[in-house]
Design a binder for this molecule. Structure first.
Ligand SMILES: [Zn+2]
Length: 366
């Protein structure tokens, strides 16, 4: 895992360049929301359709006590779209592919003010979106495990989370708004260049190599979700089946080394590129030649890099193996939120985990 070569560096550089080209093409699609052919659209008039209560489901009253201001006015629509946001580097002004740290903080506050609350992909997969009435889920995903997402500052031997890193700002959000949960998905690389190795190494951005596993464990303990993004971001479309499985399995193995036994359920495609044999993004195996041990992986969700807000898990057309995302840069988030509201396609909770609130037109159509 610690082997680095210049070949890796050039691979990553090529990968990142390709990512930009890819993102350029994806930009137009990024804000595409449900159109008329989509079960999630239709008139916003609400209706309730009782879903079979899950065994041991909580009475709804138990989860309705924290409905926040502004939430009650929104029409429930649990077949609506859910933004799965994609963040890469946080940084200083100037680069289109960076979100300024100051802007990231503003974006969290904007999401909060507009009635969004963070959930993990696993919550979405398990349909555990038990938010108070009028609120909406948002999945915040961080790709590539850079130090700007999670760094430590060391003072007299004591480590503290850097308040200007994404994790620092997420924890601060939770402190100031207790109903903003410590949730978010980190799609990590353990061994890419430029510090993209479990959030920094070798002094890059002041981060020590020995902090890497500690950071991954911390994320898990806080409630964030760990997601695999392969070993070092190679383009899986250019690999043999065996190599593609190796890159995925070695990412999986590194997470297991940091948090033994952790079940990784979400996989993010580097550059949004599928392996030639697509099923290998969902499940596969690789035998570690050193230990002769087989490393197997099987995911419940595969994240793409673009495609707009994703379908609700209650929507029969929801496909967990093609979860679309929206990359955040410039004013993309503001546009997305406006569009979801304007089009009436926003997922809005009815506050009752036992029912799925859906537009009346959809019910009539079934
Ligand atoms: Zn990536």
């Amino acid at each position: 895992m610690s082997r680095r070569t210049t070949a890796l560096a050039s691979l990553l550089a090529a990968a990142l360049a390709a990512a930009c080209a890819d993102h350029q093409a994806a930009e137009d699609a990024a804000l595409r929301v449900a159109d008329g052919s989509d079960g999630a659209s239709g008139t916003p008039a609400p209706a309730r359709d009782a879903a079979a209560p899950a065994p041991g489901a909580q009475p709804s009253g138990a989860v309705l006590t924290t409905a926040s201001a502004g939430g009650a006015a929104r029409t429930p629509n649990e077949l609506g779209r859910i933004p799965v946001l994609e963040y890469h580097l946080l940084g200083e002004p100037g680069s289109r592919w960076k979100v300024e740290r100051r802007r990231f903080r503003e974006q969290l506050e904007l999401l909060y003010a507009r009635g969004y609350r963070p959930v993990n992909m696993t919550d979405l997969l398990d349909k555990k979106l038990d938010l108070p009435a009028g609120l909406s889920p948002v999945v915040i995903v961080f790709d590539d495990a850079s130090p700007s997402q999670f760094s430590y500052v060391e003072t007299k031997g004591a480590l503290a989370v850097d308040p200007t890193s994404a994790v620092g700002m997420l924890l601060d959000m939770h402190r100031r708004h207790p109903d903003w949960a410590r949730k978010g998905v980190f799609c990590m690389l353990p061994a890419a260049q430029q510090g993209h190795a479990f959030f920094g190494e070798k002094g890059i951005a002041g981060q020590k190599s020995e902090w890497r596993f500690q950071k991954v464990r911390f994320l898990h303990e806080q409630g964030f979700e760990l997601c695999n993004h392969t070993l070092y971001h190679a383009n899986l479309g250019k690999q043999t089946d065996a190599k593609a499985q190796e890159f995925i399995a070695r990412g999986e193995m590194a997470i297991d080394s940091a948090v033994p036994g952790y079940k990784v359920r979400t996989f993010a495609l580097p550059l949004g590129v599928w392996p030639r044999e697509r099923s290998l993004a969902r499940a596969g195996a690789w035998v570690d030649p050193r230990t002769k041990r087989a490393v197997r992986y099987r995911y419940d969700a595969v994240l793409e890099v673009a495609g707009g807000p994703t379908r609700s898990p209650h929507d029969p057309q929801f496909d967990p193996y093609h979860v679309t995302r929206v990359e955040v840069f410039a004013t993309q988030l503001e546009k997305l939120l406006d569009q979801l509201d304007k089009s009436g396609t926003r997922y809005v909770s009815d506050g009752d985990p036992r029912t799925v609130a859906r537009p009346t037109q959809t019910i009539a159509a079934r």
